[in-house]
Write a protein that binds this ligand. Structure first.
Ligand SMILES: [Zn+2]
Length: 300
């Protein structure tokens, strides 16, 4: 799995202008066990952009976090069956972006209980444009059957498969409707795209996302989880507590450098030319989109 390539693909090429226009003919689901009944499902394949799924399979049923694409749902269901699961009972959308929530279009009509932050539900009920800088992706309003039926504002708990599952929102970050989903017993958190582990994060600045918010959100999650926690990012390989701490340190340093430049009157072009991400570019890839969206979120 070349996550780095995938991240760059997501960040630079994006997709063909409309959410749902991907080619899934070569798509496959790969699974990674994370402990008793817990698995990550990666949607992989050339040109496939699909957020990481975390699934809990146990005596109470199947609880899923994010649902990728309708075209992948049959493969996701097969993977869950191979892991010993039955029908999907609950699905959380970490946020409203198509690569994490489009599967609602199949799961909702099938009767799966869909859950999201209040703001993510609102976004799914309207037409949206996701500005990737390289292009704008249209994400049209979902049909009502694909809207979350359970929402929350600050936090909410489930008690399922022998553990407490906390959904927590810490303000605007990647979008305005992000959830951290913390499986307290399994010691695993899914952070959606607030934590990107396949390159620099995408910040949906045109829809209220901010770099400062991403840093604050991740910092709040770090306070919630033990040092032994497993951290599932929206994209890229599974990480851990230290990986999240390092991510916050990197983003904070870049934020400080950018803030100093903005205070001295720097334009976006000057910020982009200042090489403030140089020491991370080899690992994270092209910083262009990240700098553009971060700058946009920081200038008044
Ligand atoms: Zn996203």
């Amino acid at each position: 799995m070349d996550f780095r390539k995938l991240g760059i693909f997501c960040a630079i090429l994006g997709m063909a202008g409309t959410a749902g226009a991907q080619d899934f003919s070569n798509a496959r689901i790969e699974t990674q066990p994370l402990g008793e009944g817990m698995h990550v499902l990666f949607g992989l394949g050339e040109g496939v952009i699909a957020g990481n799924i975390l699934v809990s399979i146990g005596a109470d049923g199947v609880f899923m976090v994010d649902d990728q694409m309708p075209e992948l749902i049959p493969k996701i269901r097969r993977a869950i069956a191979d892991l010993g699961g039955d029908d999907i009972d609950f699905t959380v959308n970490t946020h409203w972006h198509f690569d994490h929530a489009d599967g609602n279009k199949t799961l909702g009509p099938d009767g799966v209980r869909l859950i999201a932050h209040d703001a993510s539900r609102r976004m799914l009920m309207q037409d949206n444009v996701i500005n990737l800088v390289s292009q704008e992706v249209q994400q049209p309003r979902f049909d009502s059957a694909a809207w979350p039926v359970i929402t929350y504002g600050g936090e909410m708990s489930f008690h399922f498969n022998g553990e407490q599952i906390d959904l927590m929102h810490f303000g605007p970050a990647h979008t305005m409707g992000d959830s951290a989903v913390i499986f307290r017993g399994s010691n695993i958190v899914h952070l959606g795209d607030v934590f990107n582990n396949s390159g620099y994060p995408f910040i949906d600045a045109d829809s209220g996302g901010t770099l400062a918010g991403v840093i604050e959100f991740c910092s709040a999650v770090i306070k919630e989880i033990p040092r032994t926690a497993i951290v599932v990012p929206g994209h890229g390989p599974v990480s851990n507590y230290q990986g999240l701490v390092d991510y916050v340190a990197m983003l904070s340093e870049i934020r400080d450098r950018m803030s100093a430049l903005i205070s001295s009157g720097a334009t976006l072009e000057q910020v982009a030319a200042a090489q403030i991400t140089a020491e991370w570019d080899e690992a994270k890839g092209d910083p262009g989109q990240f700098l553009n969206r971060s700058y946009t979120s920081m200038v008044p």
